[in-house]
Write a protein that binds this ligand. Structure first.
Ligand code: UD1
Length: 427
């Protein structure tokens, strides 16, 4: 029953760096299964996030050895011989479906539980399965038991994705890396995390090109070896801190980022009247009360990222005027709205569209994080709200943000993680 206690109303100010991108680290960890040599893989600066720990448990369950060396992770995958990802671990990590590609590449077999059935409902994986079948896998789905079994060493092929799914693109690259023959993936996702995966794989001896564009080509190689890699900084965490500056009418510099990855957000913040300054790998956002933005639409990269939709909606609740947010990527991604309303936000949702009428103040409240980014939205709203807020179910937030209260306190926020149900005098 841990929760965050937040006393809002202080403008955030200062400088902060962000950790490595969770959405890069997860597929990179899965990719390590393709190294059979016994040589070590060193991943630098890996945050201790819930999702990362869950993926490590899966890898060790499959026979890998994973150790921490300060901020780095050391992986040894020579003894991986198990192709079955246990249900309990699979359910911990919804996105672990992209283990299927590397397991097929490594062992020619994979057994995973269906990544649905959890709170967010069934997660479609049709694009993963169709693509892997095109690369020669035989796949059986036992819908009653919720299991997927796959056989067959991948062979090269041509896959045209109906939608540029991030996870399916990663799964197919991972299946193709050690396939017999060459693979072309069309309408591939262009997210920076795909580029990160390509860079990592190529350091380990793969032959992948085109990541960041809609056509990715993979020349099958016999296997990967060890190497050392530092993933990109987490653009969603960086965006969250910049939005925290905006909602609290403060001024925050996020250092060590790749500003190009944040372009869609920075353009929007500029439109909303914030001052945005980019200097090398640092981005500074300073803001007074934001202006509404008439229409924001989430889209695959380089469009506005769906993962920053909830935090941006939180900011727009306090903007002057009416904003409209259209969520194109996920069907149901407005779980933060009912909680923001408890704090006084005026938002109406119809299908994929939320209309946000800016209010002058939000008030602290007891609110519950329904998922990772919805939780981030509540933290931002609480930082700007009058009075105290309690944020519950923070394990969702800890899936993707490392020591968030400490990070925000370094910028002047009053936010504490408290254990148990006791109301402690923490402020
Ligand atoms: C990844 C990110 C997530 C981000 C999302 C979109 C990770 C671990 N997670 O998730 O943070 O929000 O990209 O940028 O990297 N779809 C299908 N069939 C499929 C696969 C996907 O219909 O086989 C649909 C999904 O339901 C969703 C859309 O495609 O509506 C986008 O999903 P996808 O790009 O696959 O996201 P993830 O890889 O799950």
């Amino acid at each position: 029953m841990s929760k965050y206690l937040v006393r809002g109303g202080l403008p955030l100010a200062g400088k902060i760096t962000v950790h490595g991108a969770k959405n890069s680290i997860l597929p990179v960890l899965a990719a390590s299964l393709l190294n059979q040599t016994g040589e070590q893989i060193r991943l630098k600066k890996v945050p201790s996030l819930y999702d990362v720990r869950a993926m490590i448990s899966i890898l060790t369950g499959l026979g890998a050895q994973v150790e921490r060396d300060g901020e780095d992770l050391l992986l040894q995958t020579a003894n991986v011989d198990c192709y079955h990802v246990p249900e309990a671990l699979m359910r911990e990590m919804r996105s672990s479906i992209f283990l299927m590609g590397p397991l097929l590449g490594r062992l020619g077999r994979a057994r995973l539980c269906y990544p649905g059935g959890c709170k967010i409902g069934l997660r479609p994986i049709n694009l993963h399965l169709e693509g892997l079948r095109t690369l020669g896998a035989v796949i059986e789905v036992d819908e009653k038991e919720g299991y997927i079994e796959a056989w067959g060493r991948p062979r090269g092929g041509e896959v045209d994705l109906d939608y540029p799914s991030v996870g399916a693109t990663e799964n197919l690259i991972l299946a193709a890396v050690t396939a017999h023959g060459d693979t072309v993936i069309r309408n591939a996702a262009c997210e920076p995390e795909i580029v990160d995966l390509q860079n990592f794989l190529n350091i380990l001896g793969a032959k992948v090109e085109g990541a960041g564009s809609p056509v990715i080509k993979v020349k099958g190689v016999s296997g990967l070896h060890g190497g050392s890699y530092n993933v990109f900084p987490d653009r969603i965490v960086a965006g969250t801190f910049l939005l925290a500056a905006a909602i609290t009418r403060g001024s925050v510099t996020v250092e060590g980022v790749i500003p190009d990855h944040l372009k869609a957000l920075l353009r929007l913040l500029d439109q909303a009247g914030a001052s945005v300054k980019v200097a090398g790998s640092a981005v500074t956002v300073s803001a007074d009360r934001l202006k509404a933005v008439s229409r924001v639409e989430t889209k695959p990269y380089p469009g506005f990222p769906t993962d920053l939709q909830p935090p941006l909606v939180a900011c727009l609740t306090l903007a002057r005027g009416t904003s409209t947010m259209i969520e194109h990527v996920f069907k149901e991604r407005f779980h933060h709205v009912s909680e923001l309303r408890k704090m006084g936000a005026q938002i109406t949702v119809r299908g994929r569209q939320a209309v946000i009428n800016g209010v002058a103040v939000l008030n602290g409240a007891a609110v519950t994080a329904a998922d990772l980014r919805a939780g981030a939205a509540l933290v931002l709203a609480a930082l700007a709200a009058k009075g105290e807020s309690n944020i519950l179910e923070i394990h969702h937030i800890e899936r993707g943000y490392e020591r968030l209260p400490e990070a925000l306190r370094s910028l002047g926020a009053r936010i504490f993680r408290v254990e148990g149900v006791r109301e402690e005098a923490v402020f």
